[in-house]
Unconditional design. Structure first.
Length: 337
């Protein structure tokens, strides 16, 4: 679940509580090169105001026009776009794409409260909509599940927002932070050093003066979390990495040369980490982009984190870099498949 989904649900709830008519529109099926995947969400107000997206824009325009012309569905209904190549072209669906939607009135926003509260606790949940009755239930979900529509029931996943913990508040962290925010990460910067935390002023981020290992333990990292250590101070970086590598975090990385990475791994071997846990460390951090400046290095780090999040093989690493075992296995699978 990205922040756009959160914004859609939050805005829909505010409109409904203000007494406005509100409809939720969900992509349930696509064929061809449809712009948005199943599960994509949009909220539509009774005056045509909209938040979210289900296409490149033309479908939204048609949905808005329908509401403004008085079309107000009172129960969940199916809506199809792009049945013919001509209609697909009209609605901006390339290559003869087809888009199938469910439009439903938002009569009760209590389930939205449940979804927002549980995802704020970093839980993964599913919303189940029965098209015949319009009834909505919220239930626990597990990582790896996907959006499902069987013709009668819609089951959409709402997971916690992706989270990035940056250890260190130096120049590189300042360059990385706005990139992470643009990529839809909640960003938490941690640095107990007074000369750094007093000057951290990146809007939209959270700052912690805790010791990094204490913060990592406190956050109870989950598979939607990433940690990158950027202080160059083993007293801060290594202890945080020690805790992060034992967690389910999908990405753990550390700044440093190949030689420093090797020394860091030797230090980590002195603690209660298994060889597999140590092998999860991404180091030197970032893809090989020939980066030199803080901004360029930040781009390489952000690119690597996104690649890992998306399950893409890390082919663009410097020779001799420490490559996590999972990435090596993925590369072998791609090479043989």
């Amino acid at each position: 679940m990205d922040s756009l989904d959160l914004q859609v649900l939050q805005q829909a709830r505010e409109w409904q509580r203000a007494g406005r008519g509100v409809w939720l529109v969900t992509v349930i099926e696509t064929w061809g090169s449809a712009p948005r995947p199943p599960g994509a969400l949009l909220a539509l107000r009774d005056d045509g105001l909209v938040v979210g997206s289900v296409s490149g824009g033309c479908v939204e325009d048609d949905l808005i026009a329908r509401v403004r012309e008085g079309e107000r569905v009172s129960a969940p209904a199916l809506v199809n776009y792009g049945v013919s190549k001509e209609e697909a072209a009209r609605f901006g669906l390339p290559c003869g794409g087809t888009l199938r939607l469910v439009q439903e009135p938002l009569a009760d926003a209590a389930w939205i409260d449940d979804v927002l509260a549980r995802t704020a606790r970093h839980e993964l949940v599913a919303r189940r909509l029965d098209l015949a009755s319009g009834a909505v239930t919220v239930e626990a979900a597990v990582r790896g599940e996907a959006f499902v529509f069987d013709g009668h029931t819609l089951r959409a996943l709402y997971g916690p927002r992706w989270r990035l913990v940056v250890i260190g508040a130096g120049q590189l962290s300042r360059a990385l932070a706005p990139m992470a925010l643009a990529l839809d990460f909640e960003l938490i910067c941690c640095d107990p050093r007074e000369e750094y935390h007093l000057t951290w002023d990146v809007p939209g981020t959270r700052f912690s003066k805790s010791m990094p290992d204490d913060l990592v333990q406190e956050l109870q990292l989950d598979p939607h979390s990433a940690v990158v250590a950027l202080t160059h101070d083993p007293k801060l970086d290594d202890l945080a990495l020690l805790e992060a590598l034992k967690s389910p975090a999908f990405y753990v990385g550390a700044l440093g040369s190949r030689a420093n990475t090797a020394r860091r791994k030797d230090r980590l071997k002195l603690f209660d980490l298994s060889a597999d846990e140590i092998a999860r460390l991404h180091g030197p951090v970032g893809l090989d982009l020939g980066a030199r400046t803080p901004a360029e290095i930040a781009v390489s780090i952000a690119a690597e984190i996104v690649a890992v999040r998306n399950g893409v093989t890390l082919a663009q690493k410097k020779a001799g870099s420490a490559l996590p075992a999972a990435a090596v296995a993925a590369g072998s699978a791609c090479a043989t498949g």
